[in-house]
Design a protein around this ligand. Structure first.
Ligand code: SF4
Ligand code: SF4
Length: 410
């Protein structure tokens, strides 16, 4: 058995063997026997809609004495919660912004705001105070503090949702109204590369352990809200100044905007129990299939079904014969389709354009849930395994460079 201290020494000396979870699974799928002598650290990642993300922001709104209290704040139209500090008469504003907060600008929410700030964009702050309204542009660099808190993230696994009823329904799990009679499914979760799938007992996801949140070094605070032994999740925090806008963002759904967040963690390979946990594959991970109307699971697929399709979309703009419909551009949750119908790097492979285009301009193998009830085609992914993998690669690079320490400190 290796100790975490042994592995930390190897990391600092630049001799640690570090793989991503995907690299580890390739060895397992090849039928190789992996021992703790083969690898020291495995990095895992996940990216997707994480509704429990919020930012705690603070900045100087006006010179001290300009107002006694700020009463309300919006940033690019996204409402913030003033406080908790009262900041009486000092001109400073502290505020909490929810990742799910909706702007008065259509298709823009807290997740979009966070990514814009991290990308260095200027946003419009409107502060209502007891002495009047202050409107000013503000950037992340202007803020005295900008921390992100994830209250519920990196769920070990999620559910797929279907609509067994006759009528279509609009839900927070769909971009379009969900068709009835279980004609389509939506799902979340990165399956075998998710951090907690590879450490289901949370041996190495303890309070104070370092983690990447949206590409920035942060810490695990503990388990998140609604955690359970069967479906644990994490609460985390990190400084927004070091985040990567490509590893976070907003996602436009039928019921409003959601917040995209990424988490990457490192698992020390100390013993055979760690190897056993890391050997989990998509085909071993159940994906409960639930009725979207009551959130009750009644069937089960696997993450191998969920991720059997193409991670990205192929577009043939010349196939568009009805350009005035613009359904693809209106409905893309990431606003990733250009006027010439090419796809930008904001795409997260959610499959919406494949589902909505009448001229089949966009194509991908979408994957099918194979359940006792029958085969159900997937029409929406709320997670992106490409970016989950990117987060794991970023963490692997940091550890290989000696820039990481394993183990909880709290
Ligand atoms: S898959 Fe299509 S709809 Fe989804 S983000 Fe990419 S371009 Fe937009
Ligand atoms: S949805 Fe299809 S047909 Fe409509 S504008 Fe987009 S590419 Fe053209």
């Amino acid at each position: 058995m290796k100790s975490i201290e042994n592995i930390n020494t190897k990391i600092s000396e630049g001799t640690a063997v570090v793989w991503t979870a995907s690299e580890f699974k390739k060895h397992i799928r090849a039928g190789e026997t992996i021992t703790p002598g083969d690898v020291d650290v495995v990095t895992c990642g996940t990216f997707g809609v994480m509704s429990g993300t919020a930012a705690v922001l603070a900045f100087q709104a006006a010179p001290a004495g300009s107002f006694t209290h700020a009463h309300s704040l919006t940033l690019n139209g996204v409402p913030a919660h003033i406080g908790p500090c009262p900041n009486e008469s000092n001109g400073h504003v502290d505020a909490i912004v929810y990742g799910t907060a909706q702007s008065d600008r259509p298709g823009y929410g807290g997740g979009h705001l966070f990514a814009d700030l991290v990308a260095g964009k200027s946003v419009e702050a409107v502060i209502e105070t007891d002495t009047g309204t202050i409107t000013k542009p503000i950037t992340l660099a202007d803020m005295s503090s900008a921390k992100m808190i994830v209250t519920r993230g990196a769920f070990k696994n999620y559910m797929a949702f279907v609509n067994p009823g006759e009528e279509e329904v609009s839900t927070i799990f769909s971009v379009l109204p969900m068709q009835g009679n279980m004609r389509e499914a939506t799902f979340s979760g990165c399956g075998e590369i998710n951090p907690l799938e590879n450490d289901p007992e949370l041996r190495y996801h303890t309070p104070g352990t370092a983690a990447l949140v949206n590409g920035a070094p942060g810490i695990i605070l503990g388990t998140g809200t609604r955690t359970s032994a069967a479906k644990p999740n994490l609460s985390l925090a990190a400084d927004m100044r070091e985040m990567d806008p490509n590893l976070m963002g907003g996602f436009k759904m039928i019921a409003g905007c959601e917040c995209l967040t990424s988490v990457a963690t490192a698992i020390p390979v100390t013993d055979s129990a760690a190897i056993a946990a890391l050997s989990v594959l998509d085909e071993h991970i159940p994906l409960p299939v639930a009725n979207v109307a009551n959130r009750t699971a009644f069937d089960t697929a696997t993450y191998a079904d969920a991720w059997s399709g193409d991670a990205r979309i192929h577009a043939v703009p010349d196939n568009c014969k009805t350009p005035d419909c613009i359904r693809c551009r209106d409905l893309c949750p990431r606003e990733a389709i250009r006027p010439d119908l090419t796809i930008t790097k904001s795409c997260m492979g959610c499959l919406t354009c494949v589902a909505v285009c009448p001229d089949h301009v966009f194509s991908a193998e979408t994957g099918t849930l194979r359940t006792i009830s029958g085969d159900i085609p997937i029409v929406l992914r709320q997670s992106d395994r490409v970016r989950g993998e990117l987060a794991a690669l970023l963490l692997r690079s940091r550890i290989r460079a000696g820039n990481w320490k394993l183990g909880g400190v709290l």
